[in-house]
Design a protein around this ligand. Structure first.
Ligand SMILES: C[S@@+](CC[C@H](N)C(=O)[O-])C[C@H]1O[C@@H](n2cnc3c(N)ncnc32)[C@H](O)[C@@H]1O
Length: 285
């Protein structure tokens, strides 16, 4: 049984990077009228309480989103992301955090569709409950599968609308997740070459993590973007998350410029020691 619960990590530095990019991609997809699908292979619970026992235990958001919360000098990419989170926190106190499915639903139009995979039975129950509570259009446009997201994604591609985003955001508790994430994108682009794919991965002292980061840019795709953000030096024992990376296939052309502005700022604001770093690489044929 899994021990992972995203609530521990909701709003941490890795979520800031991942979700700021996600919001940008969704806003970009909305520039065109044609409907799209979002496939979230590892959905989590959808919505988290930051003041619950689960997440206040480690309060990882204190060194993540909370450091941005009262800043008025944010780069555009981050201002757009924080504005979405503010909508969940009327009054200004940070108490609730929307995960990727909720950020997607906030951006999506009635004609767009969301497909969520969440393998953990408790987590998928909570997700289904949260979706029920959200109600309205979200219920009609969303399908939840309590099954494996790597396998499930394949069957949904290409989406009938031929426009879409796949977010691949495993917990990497199982080291095979690194290979499976790579294969999911590789298989995905074979079926749906024009889709946007976003893979999140942790910067940890693990051979598999390094391999994934090296292999993704070799995929036969027209364009990709790769951003990483480390907030501290790697832990001596090899455990713990000192940063994270996001790799996108077919990223919006607007994203690189936005990250160029946002990453140096984030590095300063989220740094936990003098080993904070970022990288940004992009390629277009
Ligand atoms: C990093 S969390 C997801 C966070 C979410 N994408 C977000 O950004 O808000 C990873 C989730 O994947 C679930 N999970 C683990 N293995 C899975 C699999 N093979 N298929 C689908 N879900 C899985 C875990 O239970 C966990 O809730």
């Amino acid at each position: 049984m899994f021990s992972y619960r995203h609530a521990f990590h909701a709003g941490n530095h890795a979520d800031v990077l991942k979700h700021a990019i996600l919001v940008h991609v969704l806003d970009y997809l909305n520039r065109k009228d044609a409907p799209y699908w979002v496939v979230d292979t590892h959905a989590g619970a959808g919505l988290y309480r930051l003041d619950s026992d689960w997440s206040s235990k480690n309060a990882e958001h204190a060194d993540g989103l909370a450091r941005l919360w009262d800043r008025e000098d944010m780069p555009e990419l981050l201002a757009a992301y924080v504005a979405r989170i503010r909508a969940y926190n009327p009054g200004g106190r940070l108490r609730r955090y929307p995960g990727s499915p909720w950020l997607a639903l906030d951006a999506m139009r009635e004609k767009d569709r969301l497909r969520l995979f969440e393998l953990h039975p408790n987590e998928s129950d909570v997700l289904a409950h949260n979706l029920e509570e959200r109600g309205g259009i979200a219920l009609r446009q969303t399908t939840i599968y309590a099954t494996d997201g790597f396998e499930g994604m394949k069957a949904l591609l290409p989406p009938p609308t031929r426009r879409g985003l796949a977010l691949i955001d495993p917990s990497y508790e199982d080291k095979r997740d690194y290979r499976r994430a790579f294969n999911a994108v590789k298989e995905g682009v074979k079926r749906f070459a024009t889709g946007v794919y976003a893979v999140w991965y942790p910067l940890v002292q693990r051979v598999e993590a390094g391999e994934l980061a090296r292999q993704l840019p070799n995929l036969p795709v027209k364009s990709w973007l790769h951003a990483t953000l480390a907030v501290k030096k790697p832990a001596a024992d090899g455990f713990g998350l000192h940063g994270s990376g996001m790799f996108l296939v077919n990223p919006p052309w607007t994203l690189a410029a936005q990250l160029k502005e946002a990453l140096p700022w984030l590095k300063e604001v989220l740094a936990q020691d003098d080993r904070a770093r970022y990288t940004l690489d992009a390629h277009t044929d």
